[in-house]
Write a protein that binds this ligand. Structure first.
Ligand code: PEP
Ligand code: MN
Length: 362
């Protein structure tokens, strides 16, 4: 099934620049047969760019399968030989880096549980000094963008030229719709901070289940992500780790086919003109909103002055509840979600209180 005759170095460069970039493979390498059969069936779909498999698995609790270890690396090398797909594994220590590189692993990734620990990221970065290999870094499990940015900077400072990001969601307490909350505004903010950097979505660890993999993937495409890393297994129900979220290579091909891929821009003049007109309208409305908000704060200032003169507290809970209830009802009729109205009122209310505070203490 080897379809590529190019040297792997050129191939991984080509993949790095390909959009969308699709990475798939099992959560964990389990047996030689499982790795090779997954890889072969993935390659057969013709839709996969890079083969992934966890060799060392950071598990939340002891006693679970913690990865096959170095023994699994020759299986991946064999899978690469058969399919022509470059391979990638997760590394968390200097020893992992050394072992992976000694087997010619083409790309590495840093897992979410490693990104949270600057000592570990630094250890990995130091082990990679002077090495020319692409590295993806997952977001930390907690929603801390400074940690994520810090991890990227550590890798770049070690001299790595190809660093990319993987968004895998953020851990949360209690059961929610997602295994890890996507908090889409956070990867969007990372894209703003690192506009040129590759940004991949990992719908498997966000979803934690099969039925929403497609919608999570679509959402990431709609937001302009550069690709997807998604787990696949020949026998998902019996996978040794993350069984609930894995899918067969064939199911993956169906999901990929059903996705609508989008590009960031186009040179179609008609589209560009229409977009520019609508954006102009948005700028105009935004200017008006700012002006209205400023007027609203001026009224708050006056109220602050009255409250000060009459020795009345700033916060009036009843008035606040009444205002919110009114806004929810009105917002609903205007097509604004309760969630948005609540956030908007919180922000406006806080600013109003700050204004009144200033007046009271002046
Ligand atoms: C994984 O990709 O299998 C993995 C361990 O992911 P994360 O670091 O996102 O938990
Ligand atoms: Mn996994």
């Amino acid at each position: 099934m080897q379809t590529e005759t190019k040297p792997m170095k050129d191939l991984i460069q080509e993949k790095w620049n390909k959009r969308p970039l699709i990475i798939s493979g099992p959560c964990s390498a389990e047996t030689e047969e499982q790795v090779i059969e997954t890889a072969t069936r993935l390659a057969k779909t013709g839709k996969i760019d890079i083969l992934r498999a966890g060799i060392w698995k950071p598990r939340t609790k002891p006693g679970l399968f913690e990865g096959i270890g170095v023994k699994g690396l020759p299986w991946l090398v064999q899978a690469k030989k058969i399919t022509g797909l470059p391979i990638t594994v997760e590394v968390a220590t200097a020893k992992h880096v050394e072992d992976a590189l000694s087997f010619g692993v083409d790309m590495l990734w840093v897992g979410a549980r490693t990104t949270v620990n600057p000592f570990s990221v630094q250890e990995v970065a130091d082990a990679l000094r002077g090495v020319d290999v692409p590295v993806l870094i997952k977001n930390p499990i907690n929603p801390d963008l400074e940690l994520w940015s810090g991890g990227i900077e550590r890798l770049q400072k070690a001299g790595l030229k190809q660093v990319g990001m993987i968004h895998r969601g953020f851990s949360n307490y209690g059961n929610t719709e997602y295994r890890n909350a996507p908090m889409w505004h956070l990867p969007i903010e990372m894209k703003r901070r690192f506009p040129e950097m590759l940004l991949i979505c990992d719908p498997s660890h966000i979803s934690g289940r099969r039925d929403i993999l497609q919608s999570v993937s679509q959402k990431s495409i709609d937001l302009g992500f550069d690709g997807i890393m998604i787990e696949s297994h020949i026998d998902p129900d019996n996978a040794w780790s993350d069984a609930k979220q894995q899918i067969t290579p064939e199911r993956l091909a169906e999901i990929l086919d059903a996705l609508t891929w989008r590009s960031e821009t186009t040179d179609k003049q008609e589209f560009l003109t229409a977009l520019a007109t609508l954006r102009e309208q948005i700028n105009h409305v935004d200017d008006e909103l700012l002006l209205l908000l400023s007027n609203r704060m001026k009224i708050a200032d006056k109220i602050g002055q009255y409250k000060k003169d009459n020795n009345i507290t700033i916060l009036q809970t009843n008035r606040w509840n009444e205002l919110l209830e009114r806004a929810f009802k009105k917002g609903e009729g205007l097509g604004l979600s309760k969630e948005f109205v609540e956030k908007y009122y919180d922000a406006v209310h806080l600013e109003s209180i700050n204004h009144q505070n200033k007046i009271m203490n002046s």
